[in-house]
Design a protein around this ligand. Structure first.
Ligand code: ASP
Ligand code: MG
Length: 411
């Protein structure tokens, strides 16, 4: 039986027709090695954002069903053009929308989950010797409507298809050569990792690394799909995302992630009684505002302060809502800090090494960087700091934990 390979190309890889032709060559090369090739593509360049903006110009609150109808067109541009490009190289190919490819999703428009994949049409086309090109980020819901899988959802399509087709590999092609210890644009001495574990990759994504959609990594972990993140435009070997990294023992921190799209909100002197946090965060949840870090101060005189972070893009929605809740709860008021960033160190090695958090705090202290909030998981320590300190904090931590490429420790 032939091996099945899933190749996923992100928006920057299909941003214009020249790039689409180069992607086609790469796909054809894999096909000529004798593989069954399934390709997943994103919308070209910034098309998804452009479409979203168009919708917002028409109405502030577009119907989510129609939004999905609109956004899903971006990927359809890519699959049709890529299929034509492959034909131009005299190789047979067919483009399929998510519904045609048998990708079934739940009824949550704009952020649906994949419920099952019935890949019979894909398999039929593969058996005819065709390259199959599937539109990422979309599926069909029980109402027969097209639905999208959340931003960055083409990664999810690729990983889920690799699991459903029992593919021998799932290659994520992008505009960087792999997963780095941190963003090389911020820390020039960042290194490409040869391997990273699912858990680390998940924490990195949650802490702001943009390499892959977090949900797709969860699915890869669940179904043991080994991924390779690599560049569309070079032959260089990328980064493997796998269950366990063998060399993990010596490495305490594998990477540093950061997120500058953060804002901090506090509700000050709110009464200390059952149901208060539930009311505050219930209201935010109802307006679909994602809350990240939360701190509640120790109660004094039956009052405490609760601070939390939200995406800066949600601030406009969150402030009036919190003001209203604050009045209803009789709190003293709210405080808003618009420009904060989150910096996180991530590494499975932390599980067995004490003192990692202390080293992070000391490094920030030496750089005179104030920490406003802290949160931890088993393999991550994250701090909220002023945005203006973010790049410097990343560089200091990168050096402190031996990640600079000219440092002695190597992973
Ligand atoms: N085009 C969609 C987005 O921009 C899906 C993707 O790129 O994976 O979110
Ligand atoms: Mg995209």
């Amino acid at each position: 039986m032939l091996k099945t390979v899933v190749m996923k190309f992100g928006g920057s890889s299909v941003a214009d027709t020249d790039k689409i032709l180069r992607v086609a060559q790469r796909v054809v090369a894999s096909k000529k090695k004798g593989n069954h090739v399934v390709v997943v593509v994103s919308a070209p360049g910034d098309m998804t954002d452009d479409l979203l903006q168009m919708a917002e110009k028409i109405t502030r609150l577009p119907s989510e069903r129609e939004l999905d109808m609109l956004l899903s067109t971006g990927e359809q541009v890519s699959i049709a053009l890529l299929s034509m490009a492959i034909h131009s190289l005299s190789v047979d190919a067919v483009s399929l929308t998510g519904p045609q490819a048998g990708i079934h999703a739940d009824a949550n428009h704009t952020r649906a989950r994949i419920t099952k994949i019935l890949p019979s049409k894909i398999q039929e086309e593969l058996s005819k010797g065709k390259v199959v090109i599937v539109a990422g980020f979309q599926g069909i819901n029980p109402n027969q409507d097209i639905t999208t899988l959340g931003r960055g959802g083409s990664d999810l399509t690729a990983v889920a298809l690799a699991a459903a087709l029992r593919a021998s590999s799932c290659e994520i092609y992008t505009d960087v050569t792999g997963v780095y210890t941190t963003d090389p644009r911020v820390a020039l001495k960042a290194r490409k990792l040869s391997r990273i574990s699912y858990d680390e990759m998940l924490e990195m994504a949650g802490a702001g690394s943009q390499v892959m959609q977090a949900r797709s990594i969860e699915v890869a972990k669940k179904f043991d799909v080994e991924l390779q993140v690599r560049s569309t435009f070079s032959e260089e070997e990328g980064t493997w995302v796998v269950k366990e990294v063998k060399r993990m023992e010596e490495v305490v921190v594998s990477g540093i992630a950061f997120d500058k799209n953060q804002a901090k909100l506090s509700i000050v002197e709110v009464q200390d009684s059952p149901g208060v946090a539930a009311k505050i965060f219930g209201a935010l949840a109802q307006s679909r505002i994602n809350v990240d870090m939360i701190i509640q101060s120790a109660a004094r005189d039956r009052a405490n302060s609760i601070s939390f972070t939200v995406a800066r893009t949600d601030l406009k929605k969150a402030v009036p809502l919190l003001q209203k809740v604050s009045r209803e709860l009789g709190a003293k008021g709210i405080v808003c800090e618009e420009k904060v960033a989150k910096v996180a160190i991530v590494g499975v090695g932390m599980r067995s090494h004490p003192g990692v958090a202390a080293q992070m705090f000391q490094t920030l202290a030496d750089g005179k960087i104030n920490i406003e909030m802290i949160s931890t998981s088993e393999i991550k320590v994250a701090c909220v700091i002023k945005e203006s300190n973010c790049d410097r904090a990343v560089r200091l931590l990168h050096r402190s934990f031996g990640l600079d490429y000219d440092s002695k420790k190597k992973s």
